[in-house]
Ligand binder design. Sequence first.
Ligand code: SAM
Length: 284
Amino acid sequence: MTTSTGTLYVVATPIGNLQDMTPRALEVLRSVALIAAEDTRHSARLMQHFGIATPMTACHDHNERDKGERLVARLLAGDDLALISDAGTPLISDPGYHLVRQAREAGIRISPLPGACALIAALSAAGLPSDRFAFEGFLPAKSHGRRQRLESLASEPRTWMVYEAPHRLLECLDDMHDILGPQRQVTLARELTKTFETLRCAPIAELAGWVRADSDQQRGECVLVVEGAPAPAAEAVSAESLRVLEVLLQELPVKQAAQLAAQITGERKNQLYQLALQRGKSAE
Ligand code: SAM
């Protein structure tokens, strides 16, 4: 007799407002054999609120690899399992990667149940370009590491987002001010979906001043959505280099064209790449 293997459901839970729990998430959490939770005591409150009695087991950063093996064995034996984290979407700055990886390697069906995710909620309301974006998770906690990371992000042309702890928010904004300059637009998205939800978009200098002046803004959970670096002006490279780039773009993909044009002209590859992207956009 062959037993079919179970499904691993990756289930998003609310980031503050319990009404954001989806009916499908509730149905799945009620029906699976076991819920793997980042913190069972934390999630017990959610389960209690919705009257869900499914057993839970802890699956967090410190036990995920070993626990993963045991959970995959249950999936292989035919049990359906759900993975949840304390809030929002598992794996997004939360545990779950190793379990999902192990399950995928074992050929288990994995099904995501989408729902709340702080970075997507913040981006959707930030008022900054959202056609292309990057997520950087948490920046390093210490200033030296944080500044290094910010330096590597300074020329990122896409909108980018970071999660930040409230007690480091001001330090982080001050470092952003030093490295990205005072004018870059940043949206602070705080306490999303909760009573004191606040979204404020302003140039870094103004935003840092506002946060410094109001200690309430240094509490709660927050996401910073940062405007991408301004595109370099076409005048920044010579007309000859621009012509080389344009000819190459007729035959090659953007990245290759920029790389080759940089070799031919001696201009900076990244600058040519940004210009090539701009050209692509205006041709659309
Ligand atoms: N998995 C979660 C998700 O899908 O967004 C993120 C978990 S991560 C450990 C927690 C961080 O997410 C917080 O420190 C904060 O930066 C951000 N966050 C979570 N809930 C939030 C909320 N309601 N408002 C703003 N930021 C939030």
